[in-house]
Design a protein around this ligand. Sequence first.
Ligand code: ASP
Ligand code: MG
Length: 466
Amino acid sequence: MRVVMKFGGTSVGSADAIRRVAEIVKESTRDHEAVVVVSAMNAPDLRTTDSLIAAAQAAAAGDGDAVAQLAPRLLDLHMRTAAELAGPEERAALAPQIRSMLDYMTDLSRAIAVLGELTPRALDLFSGLGERLNARLIAAALRSAGLAAEAVDATDLIVTDERFGSAAPLEPDTAERVEGRLAPMLRAGVVPVVTGFIGATRAGVPTTLGRGGSDYSCAILGAALGADEVWFWKEVDGVLTANPKTVPEARTLPRLSYGEMAELAYYGANVLHPKTVRPLVQRRIPIRIRNTFNPAHPGTLISPERSEGTAKAVTAIKDVSLITVGGPGMLGLSGVAARIFGAVARAGANTLLISQASSEQSVCLAVPDGEAGPAVRELRKELAGDFSAHDVEHIEVLERVVIVAVVGSGMRGTPGIAGRVFGAMGEAGINVIAIAQGSTENNISLVVSAADGDAAVRAVHRSFAL
Ligand code: ASP
Ligand code: MG
């Protein structure tokens, strides 16, 4: 099997962590071809990417020494870690590489301090440095652990557009480079250690894929290589049935479908973002979430197939406002829904949930608390004429409510699920303010008051014995 696997900043944030990573990679290469994608070191005392960005911004604000002061700390972090993981020859080769990259950044930062301007293009050079340092360190650690491994800069692999700071991959170009560069390494039994987060334009100018972009890098490479599976190594066993802070008995889900993962992400669960894994979903490549600190656990397998069970997980979005637009003249008033959503969009508010009963007397929609004010202002403007005609009579806002979403593709076509959800609310004495279910039947959402939010999540979890 061919596996592309990604380790996030905390999973590679210390010598102990990288030692665990080396064990995992070693174990994986016994049975599989492996490509490793790494983030920058997120060390307890030094968050590499954050500190690089802060130093570059300080340079632009005139502090010509900010990067010069950070550089020795980064050199120390990486070489101190290398001292625990890599042999003397590896370290002797690594140190000058790290030094020269840091020197280049220091020179560049002085120029930026003089110019007083940091373009997105220049910022990408700084922010992506952590991955370039770390890929070299980890490749050295893997070699010292007896593996054939080689660091590869994704600037040679992932070809992107020119949207610096949040670039998107150009697929045919990327596939060609990946095939040309990584496939021969894999055939030769070498483990490529690829930098997450970065790419380069067709002209070779470095870009970044957006904060947290290493997951995206991993998905892009997995798709380009036609991987059999793509593994995201995190600090949890997998995707949970609920937030364990709310529901202590929450457990890890063995399987999820792509659709269920997308619903969970949308409703605020801490899972992979649908945009991030789109290259994998398009090619129907299975995804696995695994725990660096508990590699014996199989994790959660996320695949195209619908998996067993009805309601699988329950999640909550807090700090939401419910806006209700109503009036006697809304019945049969065509185009009013379009105008309502148009106004909300103009206000830049993100609609999280919509519900309209067939009596058409009111439309209700949920937006994040902070976006309700502007949305209502736009709505009043848009509907001024309808107010004078008394077709619309009120716009009400209920602040600080919670959307509770019950997710599971197996709920589709299974009678009685909604009954159980509302039965659970009734038993717990919770008042349901609004309800929505899309016709995909992948999720049922209810709006409850802030005070009832946690109890509602627990009641659903209990009722479905999640
Ligand atoms: N190092 C980058 C960041 O902190 C990318 C990543 O970790 O995924 O945003
Ligand atoms: Mg990170």
